[in-house]
Design a protein around this ligand. Structure first.
Ligand code: NAD
Ligand code: UGA
Length: 462
């Protein structure tokens, strides 16, 4: 099928950037991104490109060029469905908070609602592309809904998981390591696969486009995230061992990563991984394994999350213990709230958990992040502990680091923003109460230089 019109349901961190790049690379295809969230769509349509709902380096340039030409953002979901030959489903698939699988399984209600709506309004044959991350065999459920509600139309389902990482989304989309397209091994299934291959071929070399069956494609996505998170928990668990043995995790990580069979990515120790997906996708993998009786497999993957929580907890405990031991000022400066640098996304950020642990111990926090807004920080805290009054009493937000560190003894670095490395640390040191400590939860600062200024530097695993 020749695709002239694409609809993408879900204008979030995946739908927005992914469709912007598809539109940029395929100027002859009209791409309409739709969402039920009117505010989000308004922000995508804003003339102030600094106000796009997502901060991602390079994104606003691409949107600037394509928006209004062949890229559109709208809340008119029905029209976009009717007009398109191909529909991407790019909605959220959070962990279930109630019912069967609560706390582990992926909640597919948003996916199911899209499938229902597509079935109800479609008038012509369509290719439906699962872009969201879903449990293996979800496409079967989508197919069932579509076919049971609308028997007159041929729906082909493809799985095309997204591997972009936030902060580097534009580069990941423009030069992907691979694109995976899973579909049915039937004549129509193969034709649908080829339609999507053609769209990606506008910029991705054919050798990097992998076609598979539906289930392999779905499971590859969960597995890729689990492998990445597993490396972080492995290195984080060793950071504690380094602290006890005198080894330096940075040296160990470098030595291990130089083995070409292991490779050096995702071996950076941290206060714990965050982001909307690693935890939810591993919980999902654990749930799938456990629900088919593979208890040992489930336990193996669950351990990644146990270590991640342990790393966040022990970081907060170290700060708390030091304050008590040395009778320090109970105000701590937190630099960084986003779950990683170059994004304003805070979902599952380690900062939220560390902050919650500290305020539970009655510690007051001054917070500064270059991209995260005050309202988001209070939203995150209220979501985790439901105690708005305590959060307001214990947390103050600053729009610059100098005011944020004022009169504190302790700085905790929780996001690896580049600007933290470039600070005039000598000047910041002068403004702090003494003794001054830096807890570097990302191991990004120069220990020797900071110690020569007078700081007590406490990194992870060193
Ligand atoms: P998001 O929450 O940023 O965006 C999802 C959007 O879908 C929201 O704006 C929401 O309003 C909209 N939506 C939900 N139901 C809808 C409906 N019925 N009709 C119209 N709009 C609807 O989520 P995201 O981060 O973009 O993630 C989407 C999916 O992609 C998830 O499955 C996630 O696991 C996966 N993923 C995310 C990333 C990432 O970096 N964030 C990377 C790869 C894959
Ligand atoms: C991750 C994957 O990298 C993407 O391939 C995937 O598409 C995406 O999840 C998803 O499915 O949502 P993302 O969460 O955006 O992307 O960012 P990452 O770069 O993977 O970082 C995740 C977390 O791990 C961050 O908190 C980061 O600081 C932390 N991290 C990363 C470490 O602690 N150490 C490392 O060595 C690397």
């Amino acid at each position: 099928m020749k695709v002239n019109n694409i609809c993408c349901i879900g204008a979030g961190y995946v739908g927005g950037p992914t469709m912007a790049v598809i539109a940029q690379k395929n100027p002859d295809i009209k791409v309409t991104v739709v969402d039920i969230n009117e505010k989000r769509i308004d922000a995508w349509n804003s003339n102030n490109f600094d106000e796009l709902p997502i901060y991602e380096p390079g994104l606003s340039d691409v949107v600037k060029k394509a928006r209004g030409r062949n890229l559109f953002f709208s809340t008119d979901i029905n029209s976009a469905i009717i007009d398109s030959e191909m529909i991407f489903i790019s909605v959220n698939t959070p962990t279930k908070t109630s019912g069967e699988g609560k706390g582990f399984a992926a909640d597919l209600k948003y996916i199911e609602s899209c499938a229902n709506q597509i079935a109800e309004v479609s008038k012509t044959d369509k290719i439906i592309v699962e872009k969201s991350t879903v449990p293996v065999r979800t496409s079967e459920k989508i197919k069932k809904i579509l076919n049971s509600k609308n028997k007159s139309i041929d729906f082909q389902i493809l799985s095309n998981p997204e591997f972009l990482a936030e902060g580097t989304a534009m580069r990941d989309l423009q030069i992907p390591d691979r694109v995976i397209i899973g579909g049915d091994n039937t004549k129509k299934g193969n034709e649908a696969i080829q339609s999507l291959v053609e769209i990606y071929s506008s910029w991705v070399p054919k050798k990097n486009i992998l076609t598979t069956n539906l289930w392999s494609s779905e499971l590859s996505k969960l597995t890729a995230n689990a492998f990445l998170a597993q490396r972080i928990s492995s290195i984080n668990s060793l950071s504690e061992l380094c602290e006890e043995t005198g080894a330096d995790i940075e040296e160990v990580s470098k030595a291990v990563g130089m083995d070409s069979r292991i490779g050096n990515s995702f071996l950076k120790t941290s206060v714990g991984f965050g982001g909307s997906c690693f935890q939810k996708d591993i919980l999902n993998l654990v749930y799938i394994s456990r629900s088919i009786g593979l208890e040992k497999v489930a336990n193996y993957w669950e351990q990644i999350l146990i270590i991640n929580k342990h790393q966040r907890d022990r970081f907060a405990n170290k700060i708390y213990s030091l304050i008590n031991k040395e009778s320090l000022n109970k105000n701590v400066c937190i630099l960084g709230w986003a779950f990683k640098k170059d994004t304003n996304d805070t979902r599952e950020s380690a900062a939220i958990y560390v902050a919650n642990n500290l305020i539970k111990s009655n510690i007051y926090l001054n917070v500064y992040d270059p991209k995260v807004k005050e309202s988001q920080i209070f939203f995150d805290m209220n979501y985790i502990n439901g105690n708005d009054k305590k959060n307001k009493e214990h947390i103050s937000i600053y729009n610059n680091p100098i005011d944020c560190i004022h009169k504190t003894n302790i700085i905790a670095i929780l996001t690896e923003w580049d600007e933290f490395k470039d600070y005039d640390w000598k000047n910041l040191y002068k403004k702090m109460s003494k003794p001054a400590y830096i807890f570097d939860g990302r191991n990004i600062l120069d220990k020797v230089k900071l110690e020569s200024i007078g700081f007590n530097y406490i990194g992870l695993g060193r």
